[in-house]
Write a protein that binds this ligand. Structure first.
Ligand code: PEP
Ligand code: MN
Length: 268
């Protein structure tokens, strides 16, 4: 029997070729996972566990946009090299945030470039990424409207790079209990107004590991083409974003739920 979801077809976005036989959008769903920051050799342990769970895209920050200059800034080039190596060893794609167009050459061995919330409207960075032959995951800024976000994506496409993926990662509101407010309605609204695939990041949207699974599943039900999740082998020791990181065990459970939700959505 068809459920009432039969009138709901969120999978209308363009298909983006991510490389190595992986796609996102137009019915291709991806789970992206990994630590907030690459901290060292832990990335190899995390990568192989994620790969065994069916994750194809490994995330890890190397150039970190931290609120305080006293906080861990990431391992820089060494972090990118570790991430690329862990990706290669496990036959996974890699994604990492790029903060400046001056660093583009350092990302040679990274498959997907992420523009973080703080740089969403950095138009010179966006134009430079329009000249790069890699997919770009563009995160919504903390106070970026839907129309502004679409405008940002167009800076990249009009400079020549059509492989843009948008990411809802929460917006800043008056609510202090969560790090941001997860704007789940942005997912169907973006689908109505553009054809870029949409990834949801419930880790940064909530800032609390206990809320990540429910918001990930809500994002899928709202039509997300992918989910990005922060995981750490020992969240309490993570050098950045420890409160929102899932343990590897928690992620394994979530992956099971993501698969069940995906089955449900494609069958109904
Ligand atoms: C991140 O993905 O590690 C990150 C810094 O996210 P955001 O730009 O959404 O804050
Ligand atoms: Mn983070």
């Amino acid at each position: 029997m068809k459920s009432s979801l039969s009138s709901f077809n969120p999978y209308t976005s363009r298909v983006i070729d991510l490389g190595k036989g992986h796609f996102i959008g137009g019915g291709h769903f991806q789970t992206i996972a990994g630590p907030c920051s690459v901290e060292g050799n832990h990335i190899f342990e995390i990568a192989s566990l994620l790969k065994s769970l069916g994750v194809s895209i490994l995330r890890g920050g190397a150039f970190k946009p931290r609120t305080s200059p006293e906080s861990f800034q990431g391992l820089g080039k060494e972090g990118l090299d570790l991430l690329a190596c862990a990706g290669r060893e496990n036959d996974m794609l890699t994604i990492s945030e790029i903060m400046s167009e001056r660093d583009i050459d350092l990302y040679r061995d990274i498959d997907i470039l992420q523009v973080g919330a703080r740089n969403c409207q950095n138009y010179s960075l966006l134009k430079a990424l329009g000249k790069v032959d890699k997919p770009i995951l563009l995160k919504r800024g903390m106070a970026t409207t839907i129309d502004e976000l679409i405008g940002c994506a167009l800076y990249i496409t009009q400079a020549g790079n059509e492989r843009v993926i948008l990411c809802e990662r929460g917006i800043r509101t008056f609510e202090p209990r969560t790090r941001n407010t997860f704007d789940v309605s942005s997912i169907p609204l973006l689908h109505e107004n553009c054809d870029f695939p949409i990834v949801a990041d419930p880790s940064h949207a909530t800032g609390l590991s206990s809320l990540v699974a429910s918001c990930a599943l809500a994002a899928m039900a709202a039509g997300a083409d992918g989910i990005q999740i922060e995981v750490h082998e020992n969240p309490q020791l993570a050098k950045s974003d420890k409160d929102q990181a899932l343990t590897l065990g928690e992620f394994k459970n979530l992956m099971h739920d993501i698969e069940s939700m995906h089955e449900f959505l494609i069958q109904n």
